[in-house]
Design a protein around this ligand. Structure first.
Ligand code: SF4
Ligand code: SF4
Length: 374
């Protein structure tokens, strides 16, 4: 995802060369499409479960395959993962194989009883809870849920924090939610959440109410990011946008806060499993064009190492992506999901990159001048 993590408290972090060759370490696993919310910008078109979702037996087998492939960390999401009645069984299987689970959820189905069990059996250490607005009416309209749902989620967040889990709230950036971000940051401070993650829009799935794919989202986010940095006690910003370190807003913020650029690790050390078992490099690309195999039938290591699609993510220079950009070996050739949304090709150009846009302008003016000389 095109994320920016605003970290309010010191915690685990480590800088490492994310472009270097790596074995498969992490899976993003959307365990179901079923969801009790109806968000217009869902990353996976959540709503109803697909009739062909992995059975409990297949899901447990998938965990075993992940362990055999050396995966140490799985981010569980959906739809709403707690819509799966066997979720705790799947998490227990992961714990048995020594795989760490992180859970992304809308928080609405979390109870004290579930959280107690998760804590007692060490089935997860961290939660990422969606919180796009803290206006109760806007929340109900946005997620298509009854008024009162926001209160329920805020209570769930208090329970999560009370049980000692690492607590992240995630905001999907849209014209509606953008003005809310400063208020969410204030609340994060009061409630002592660890991290606020902002998901920038990607036009890969249902995202009708969001910005254009090539919108300059970092400029739009600038005031909220500056507000975050104005408090000297704020700890760190992590960016997961490949070209973020070249953006003027981020360059300016680097003067006041430590910023770590983590780039895109899709296909580099991670894969995604969708609810029906299809594997793709990027969690935002649940589309047949990005499928590289199926967990039901394929060997994870083999798929990760040998898929031509993963090769595009790992070695963009072989495919002419970002040709002649001096940043290519630091940036990794931009976001493949954005390129796919903009050009319809996985090996296309991420035209939302500010450096590429500048080159485009230069190219256009050179062509114009050449035209004038003819
Ligand atoms: S291709 Fe990479 S940067 Fe783009 S959405 Fe996927 S994980 Fe994020
Ligand atoms: S042009 Fe490509 S390699 Fe260069 S900064 Fe932009 S996305 Fe990265």
């Amino acid at each position: 995802m095109l994320d920016i993590k605003l970290k309010l408290k010191p915690g685990h972090t480590g800088e490492r060369a994310w472009m270097e060759p790596s074995p498969l370490r992490t899976l993003f696993w959307n365990v179901t499409y079923a969801c009790n919310y109806g968000c217009p910008i869902c990353f996976t078109d959540g709503g109803s479960a697909h009739p062909d979702e992995l059975t409990t037996g297949e899901a447990l087998e998938a965990v075993q395959k992940a362990a055999e492939a050396g995966v140490g960390d799985i981010l569980i999401s959906g739809g709403e993962p707690f819509q799966r009645k066997d979720l705790l069984e799947i998490l227990a299987c992961m714990a048995k194989f020594g795989i760490t689970a992180r859970i992304a959820s809308n928080g609405s189905l979390l109870t004290d009883e579930i959280l107690s069990r998760l804590r007692r059996e060490t089935l997860t250490k961290s939660f990422q809870i969606s919180l796009d607005t803290i206006n109760p009416v806007a929340f109900a309209e946005f997620h298509r849920v009854p008024i009162g749902a926001l209160h329920q989620v805020l209570e769930a967040l208090r329970l999560i924090k009370g049980h000692g889990f690492h607590t992240t709230v995630s905001v999907r950036m849209t014209p509606l939610t953008l003005p809310e971000i400063p208020r969410i940051l204030d609340l994060a401070e009061r409630e002592e959440w660890s991290t606020v993650t902002i998901h920038c829009p990607l036009h890969t799935r249902r995202i009708s109410e969001s910005f254009q794919q090539d919108e300059d989202v970092l400029s739009l986010l600038g005031p909220a990011l500056e507000m975050f940095c104005a408090n000297r006690e704020r700890w760190l910003i992590e960016t997961y946008i490949p070209w973020a370190e070249y953006h003027p807003v981020i360059r300016r913020l680097e003067k006041s806060i430590r910023i770590i650029h983590r780039g895109c690790r899709a296909g580099r050390d991670r894969l995604t499993i969708n609810p029906t078992g299809w594997l793709s490099p990027c969690v935002c690309m649940d589309v047949p064009e990005a499928y590289v195999g199926n967990i039901r039938t394929d060997n994870l290591t083999d798929v990760f190492q040998n898929s031509p699609t993963c090769d595009i993510f790992r070695n963009p220079e072989k495919y002419g992506i970002c040709e002649s950009c001096p940043n290519l070996m630091r940036c990794g050739g931009g976001c493949r999901a954005a390129a796919f949304a903009l050009c319809g090709r996985l090996d296309g150009q991420d035209e939302s990159c500010p450096i590429w846009k500048r080159k485009d302008t230069q190219r256009a003016s050179m062509l114009r001048m050449a035209g004038e000389r003819l």
